[in-house]
Write a protein that binds this ligand. Structure first.
Ligand SMILES: Nc1ncnc2c1ncn2[C@@H]1O[C@H](COP(=O)(O)OP(=O)(O)O)[C@@H](O)[C@H]1O
Ligand SMILES: [Mg+2]
Length: 481
């Protein structure tokens, strides 16, 4: 340790009033009553946990990175944690890894190098404690020889006294309720915390945390990625501009889906036009179009599973909470999946006929064991929509704006609807459209246009169920255009 570092660490220890004194590379605990010498030497810099490798054809998203780490006008000085929030597969982990690599390899404006970097999988609090405990041991903290939990606590107590530059990354937080004790604290000028999560829950923000929504690629980034990936694999001829633009739209500009699609095309020599054709054929299901073998970047999950992962957590929560209506979120999503990705009004699902369909109906033996669920009313639907939004399954910019579903999440839900359910769902959605159709249309043309677009989409997606006799009334509404 350099004299300069020793001096800074000493000052920091003094500020903290007790925690550490530094003698050469040795840390001594000078608590009020006990004195403890830690014999091990700290090897600086301290790295805990490996950073994920950059994805194939890695796209640097410099503007987004700047948005994450750059100062924000009017922002409080105390912001220490940046929480990257977004759907599965948008590139949160890749962004966090890119920032971490950059901080690790480049000195900051004052010429300070990163001295401590902890990257941890945060999907389970035990993984976080294990990583903090490893850090405590590498740093030879007094609690190093205690249990993981105690060592992790010791590490978090020590961190605010650290005057050297540090970075902690908590990747993929799944249970916000369990995070409370494990958010690092410290001086924002010395340290940064990056966290990634799918949850848009209020618990994410607050304290010294800033929430940064991570979006999809835009058209240009998505096509640039696709070209680069095919070209890197010596297959640039598989790229054709017009079909590529349509394809990236069909895949909802989702980095995860684009990487799987590119791997599929490279593997089978299928060009963008041919792949688009395969994808548009709804008889082909997602697991075939974006197969596990195409996971060349080791994401670790099939795309459809990744997209619906949050639905599984939400369903578990619905089943366990007294106020929840088991199965409501899935039933709602199935109706939402029949609507145009452009968006639709949430009032559709609060109409009497939609509510009737959404009533819980445990089947067979489930009747005996499942508690009597409360009736589903419009408030229950409203609550379920809020939860779907919090779990990043639907998008809604404000409480009044249309509900939207990511194109691929829609496809994943749609693939899960069985042949017998489809005609029923088609009629429920079509009834709901008629029930909120404005009379007269004049003065409400915006709503009428949105409903007409959705009705046309619904008729096409559920073909031929709404056209068979007796033809559904919403078909006439579309015909008026
Ligand atoms: N910047 C990027 N450049 C290239 N590919 C990317 C990029 N970001 C994401 N990907 C692709 O998308 C996949 C999912 O990204 P990841 O960051 O793991 O998503 P998230 O953490 O948001 O679920 C990666 O495995 C990779 O194939
Ligand atoms: Mg991730």
């Amino acid at each position: 340790m350099t004299a300069d570092r020793v001096q800074r660490a000493r000052m920091s220890a003094r500020k903290a009033n007790k925690v550490t004194q530094v003698f050469g590379d040795q840390y001594n605990q000078t608590g009020a009553d006990d004195e403890q010498t830690i014999p091990e030497k700290v090897q600086w810099p301290v790295w805990v946990g490996g950073l994920p490798h950059p994805a194939s054809a890695f796209q640097r998203r410099a503007l987004v990175e700047q948005e994450i780490i750059g100062p924000h006008v009017g922002e409080s000085d105390d912001i220490l944690c940046r929480v990257l929030v977004g759907d599965g597969g948008v590139g949160k982990t890749q962004l966090a890894a890119s920032i971490a690599r950059n901080q690790r390899d480049t000195p900051d404006a004052q010429g300070r190098r990163l001295e401590l970097l902890v990257w941890t999988d945060a999907s389970d609090p035990e993984l976080i404690t294990a990583s903090y405990a490893r850090a405590a041991r590498k740093l030879c903290l007094p609690e190093a020889n205690e249990s993981d939990h105690a060592a992790a606590e010791g590490f978090l107590r020590w961190l605010p006294t650290m005057e050297l530059r540090w970075l902690i990354v908590l990747d993929n937080i799944t249970e916000l309720r369990h995070m409370e004790s494990w958010w690092p604290d410290g001086h924002h000028r010395n340290g940064t915390v990056l966290a990634t999560t799918r949850h848009r829950h209020a618990l994410v923000s607050g304290g010294n945390r800033r929430l940064v929504p991570i979006g999809l690629y835009d058209d240009e980034q998505a096509t640039a990625y696709l070209y680069r990936r095919l070209a890197d694999a010596q297959r640039p001829r598989l790229f054709e501009q017009k079909s590529a633009v349509e394809l990236v739209g069909t895949l909802g500009h989702l980095p995860l889906a684009l990487s799987h699609a590119a791997a599929y095309m490279i593997d089978r020599g299928c060009d963008t036009a041919a792949y688009l054709h395969l994808f548009r054929d709804t008889r082909n299901q997602l697991p075939d179009l974006l197969p596990v073998e195409a996971d060349t970047d080791s994401y670790g999950q099939p795309v459809a599973t990744a997209l619906l992962l949050s639905l599984k957590s939400l369903e578990a929560r619905e089943a366990s909470e007294a106020a929840g209506a088991p199965g409501l979120s899935r039933s709602l999503l199935q109706l939402i999946a029949l609507m145009d990705p452009i968006g639709h009004p949430k009032d559709l699902w609060m109409t009497q006929r939609a509510l009737l369909h959404l009533q819980p109906s445990p089947k067979g033996w489930q009747r005996l064991f499942i508690r009597r669920a409360p009736d589903v009313d419009s408030q229950a639907v409203e609550n379920a929509l809020v939860q779907l939004h919090n779990y990043a399954l639907i998008n809604q910019d404000t409480a009044q704006s249309p509900i939207r579903l990511h194109a691929l999440t829609r496809r994943a839900i749609f693939d899960g609807i069985n042949a017998g359910q489809l005609p029923v769902l088609a009629r429920v959605a079509a009834d709901a459209i008629l029930d909120i159709w404005p009379h007269p249309e004049e003065g409400n043309s915006e709503l009428a246009t949105l409903l007409r677009t959705n009705a046309a989409f619904l008729i096409k997606e559920t073909h031929p169920h709404l056209l068979t006799e007796p033809q559904h009334g919403c078909v006439r509404k579309v015909g008026r255009e």
